[in-house]
Design a protein around this ligand. Sequence first.
Ligand code: F6P
Length: 341
Amino acid sequence: MRVGVLTGGGDCPGLNAVLRAVTRKGISVYQHEVLGFRSGWQGPIEGLTKPLGLDKVEEILNRGGTILGSSRTNPFKVDNGVERLKATLEQEGVDALVAIGGEDTLGVAEQLVHEGVPVVGVPKTIDNDLGATDYTFGFDTAVHIATEAIDRLRTTAESHHRALVVEVMGRHAGWIALHSGLAGGANVILVPEQEFDVDKVTDWVRQRFEAQYAPIIVVAEGAVPQGGKEMLVTGEKDAFGHVRLGGVGTWLADEIAGRTGKESRAVVLGHVQRGGTPTAYDRVLATRFGLHAIDAVTEGDFGKMVALRGTDVVRVPLSEATAELKTVPLERYQEAEVLFG
Ligand code: F6P
């Protein structure tokens, strides 16, 4: 069997661990050939390939990013994209595909299955917002990086008696903010799921200053103040069509300074959260996903995605992967809220 594999969407620590597991088990256990496609769905559309032999996946387990490159290309939005993709698979003699990606990549995978392309999905996103799996790899690494940043920012905030607003990733789901905020002992955590009350935030910040400590506010990039949903979306799109967000962290730091008369600083962690070596947890999860994905391919169990349920890796329909975004439930937020201030 000749198995194609690609990584789509935003990169994420652990992608290379999946590629390694798919390739090693695919070749050593099943005697498959493994063909990498470069740059997400752009690879099979344009015939951009990278054969993956055992030597190609040596020493990549702990490397961040993806050796295949990634993109947000959607074959359904490209002229003759699906036809060109099918033609490449035919030409390269590829019998099945493993697509590693988030909501968009797996959504495409599901549509392709309906078009007769045999695909197995592997979920990834630092945001941990895919409904069908308990955890996605990349999330643990992002939380570790954000937590370390909070620890570091706390000492400089304390030295200068300033408020520090730490903006973390998460447009639609506040999992990184919630977990890093809890792990870092943040005094306020703000998530996209709950519009925040700036007066309340200011009260928590004041309480902290009054107790002679420097407040740390962790805010997800997609969090918005009450009634201010449009305020932080600039309406501008970048060259690739992504809507720019206005920078809630900077806005909030200015607001806090204005309301308390205390110095405030904002730090936007951005893509630091997606770079570098994956944690041990993410390496293990990514490896297990890769091993189970190549099993599914070999058994011809297409249209499925591997997923973590409890401690087991199971297969679920690809349609479940994209059915519902897993956001932070109110009760999980309220559980943390009692620690604010
Ligand atoms: O989905 C992963 C993610 O890192 C989000 O947390 C973030 O909003 C987005 O991707 C950033 O995308 P880009 O890398 O295209 O700027």
